[in-house]
Write a new protein. Structure first.
Length: 172
C-alpha cells in the first residue's frame, strides 16, 4: 500500500511494518498505530494530528520535517530511537512508559509534556521549554538546567540527580 500523498482519518494501523516507507505530503488525523514498525520513514510535509503510537518501534524519524501547522501525537510503551523532535510545539505531548534513546529535543516546546516511566538514555534537550513537564519516574535523563526552561518541572528522587551531571561534581 502506498502512504504518500494520502489522507487517513480515524484509522487504526495494527501490526504493520512501515520501514522505509514515505508518508510525504500525507495527513494522519485521529489515527492509532499499534505494534507497528515505523523505522526510517520520510515525514516531509506530513500532517500528524491527534495520533497515538502504542507499542511501536520508531527508529530514525525526523518529526521536525512534519507539517508544523498542527502537530499533535502521543506515545505509549514504545521504542523511540535516534529520532528528531526539534523546533516543534509539543505542548501536552505524552511520552509515557517509552524507551527514548538518542533522540533530540532542540528548541522544542515541551510545556506540560509527560515523560513518566520513560527511559531517556542519551537523549538531548537543548534550548527547550520544559515548564510544567513531568519526569516523574523517568530515568537516565541528563538535562542542562542552564540551557532549558525548567519552571515548575516535576522530577522524582533519586533520578533528579541527572540535572547535576552538567556540573561535573561528585556525589556520595
Amino acid at each position: 500500500m502506498d502512504f504518500q500523498n494520502k489522507e487517513f482519518e480515524s484509522k487504526t494501523f495494527k501490526n504493520i511494518n512501515f520501514t522505509d516507507k514515505s508518508f510525504k505530503n500525507s495527513n494522519f488525523i485521529d489515527c492509532v498505530f499499534k505494534n507497528c514498525n515505523l523505522s526510517n520513514i520520510d515525514l516531509e510535509n506530513t500532517r500528524i494530528q491527534n495520533a497515538i503510537f502504542k507499542k511501536c518501534k520508531i527508529l530514525g524519524l525526523n518529526f521536525s520535517k512534519c507539517n508544523k501547522f498542527i502537530v499533535s501525537f502521543g506515545f505509549e510503551d514504545s521504542l523511540i530511537s535516534m529520532s528528531v523532535f526539534s523546533n516543534l510545539d509539543l505542548k501536552n505531548t505524552r511520552f509515557d512508559s517509552c524507551q527514548i534513546f538518542e533522540c533530540s529535543f532542540i528548541e522544542t516546546n515541551l510545556t506540560k509534556a509527560s515523560f513518566q516511566n520513560s527511559d531517556l538514555k542519551n537523549t538531548r534537550f537543548q534550548n527547550s521549554n520544559l515548564s510544567f513537564a513531568s519526569f516523574k519516574t523517568a530515568k537516565n535523563y541528563s538535562i542542562d538546567p542552564n540551557n532549558n526552561i525548567l519552571k515548575k518541572t516535576n522530577f522524582s528522587i533519586p533520578e533528579v540527580i541527572g540535572l547535576l551531571t552538567i556540573f561535573d561534581i561528585n556525589l556520595e
